[in-house]
Design a protein around this ligand. Structure first.
Ligand SMILES: [Zn+2]
Length: 271
């Protein structure tokens, strides 16, 4: 599943190609995504110019004069830049053809992604308005985590994956950040010390920055805007390494299922 680093990598990969470009044509081959692609999307977009491309959580926001195009990659989506004449492949559900002759092509085998339009402020859209702080922003730090965790018995890993606490910390990055901070994933969130929240917030930022720098994590069908896989996988300490020796202390990495998600940790490095 594309996580925050993959989405940010996509944003950076396509930004210079789409910003300032006018939309000439929109081709919808399959409107049945997670939510149906609006029937009048072409009518809305054609003739508009992309003013900026930003990201909020895992949503890509294409700001235009009359509103914002909201794109989510879901479980298996990707966006690529191609010459508009490139024949579409299976699962190439939508093209946004630019006045440069290139097109932005949305591919999504599992169709959990979405392509939506809003005339209003995108931040107030129902999908975005209740989201917590961005993990790489200043508002997100140890104190903010401690506030969100106060009095709560929920496991710390599950708290991190709650998008009203902080956005974009999915399973991989929650596991990796907990390892780096030396904290076991099952500990009750409300029982952590402030120093631990500080270490954890720092680890989250660090692991996400490193992943963005290496272009995201290679996971099955994820490819970035150029069609190249990310290289962060080689740097993972615990994720999907059950039974393999810890890269720090050689203890075999433990695995268990937590909230229906796989969790990995080192019982010697994490307390
Ligand atoms: Zn270890």
């Amino acid at each position: 599943m594309p996580e925050l680093p993959e989405v940010e990598t996509t944003r950076r990969g396509i930004e210079s190609t789409v910003v300032e470009r006018a939309i000439e044509r929109v081709i919808v081959r399959e409107p049945r995504l997670r939510w149906r692609v609006p029937g009048d999307l072409a009518e809305t977009l054609v003739g508009q110019r992309v003013q900026a491309l930003s990201r909020r959580a895992k949503y890509l926001l294409f700001a235009m004069r009359h509103g914002t195009l909201i794109v989510h990659l879901g479980m298996s989506g990707s966006l690529r830049i191609l010459p508009a004449t490139t024949p579409p492949l299976t699962h190439d559900h939508l093209d946004i053809v630019l006045d440069s002759g290139l097109c932005l092509r949305f591919n999504d085998p599992r169709r959990f992604g979405c392509v939506l339009w809003t005339d209003a402020d995108a931040e107030l859209h129902p999908l975005l308005r209740d989201l917590g702080p961005e993990p790489l922003s200043e508002q997100f730090n140890g104190a903010a985590l401690a506030r969100a965790a106060r009095g709560r018995r929920i496991a710390i890993k599950q708290l991190l994956m709650n998008s009203s606490v902080v956005v974009g910390v999915g399973n991989i990055y929650a596991s990796e950040a907990l390892f780096r901070a030396g904290i076991r994933p099952r500990r009750a969130a409300g029982r952590l010390k402030l120093a631990e929240f500080d270490a954890l917030a720092k680890s989250i930022k660090q692991v996400l920055r490193e992943a963005i720098r290496s272009g995201g994590t290679t996971l099955r069908d994820y490819v970035n805007a150029d069609g190249m896989p990310g290289y962060f996988r080689q740097k993972l300490f615990v994720y999907e390494r059950a039974g393999e020796p810890c890269r720090v202390c050689k203890t075999p990495i433990q695995h268990f299922v937590q909230g229906q998600r796989s969790t990995y940790f080192c019982r010697s490095c994490q307390r």
